[in-house]
Design a protein around this ligand. Sequence first.
Ligand SMILES: [Fe+2]
Ligand SMILES: [Fe+2]
Length: 216
Amino acid sequence: MTDWLARLRDDLIAITTDAARVIWRGVPDGAPPYFNYRLEHVRQVERDALRLLDRVGGDRDVVLASVWLHDRFKPQHIGDHHAARAGEWARANLAAYGFPPEKIARVIFAVANHSRAPGALPDDAPDARVLWDADKVGKVGALEIVMFLAGNPAFPHKPNTFATIAQHGFDKVDGDELFIAQFYFAPTREWARERLAAKRAFYTALAREIGLDQNG
Ligand SMILES: [Fe+2]
Ligand SMILES: [Fe+2]
């Protein structure tokens, strides 16, 4: 692994672990937090970005730096202006990390624009599009269920029952359908459709088991 990538990864692991410890109290000093939502998310963005690079091509350095930087200023669930701040951080620090200077502008663009609405990225910014798709496709399948259930105790003011969990699933599925149609690349749309089908199957089974009529 190149030095800059190891440093960006180590940074993110440290930043997100500290933030997760604040949420999950009761963990002994030095032990890992019960769940590090942000780190798990970024690791999945990396997996999907690498798969996507194999299919559609792109600059591996730009994409990997963007993956590990894009949520640096949203270490768990909160982070105002986190995309713009990641861009500013990249501009000020990436060169000192040993990242190829001629590629920094593309990283800045990718991270600063990763929260834009669907369809906003120009076609001369393929690396930014890879980051955008990879950032979103991890949130529409089995992983979304795990993220929701594992992370939900962080929001104890939102109590759940089997029925509210099933309803949460169905509420999101319809929006997801529209959302994934707007991904930039065909492979991401294809993975998203598969993942959404798995999620729908899970929530359908859950609703059936508890006797919930999903239409009301
Ligand atoms: Fe983000
Ligand atoms: Fe993200």
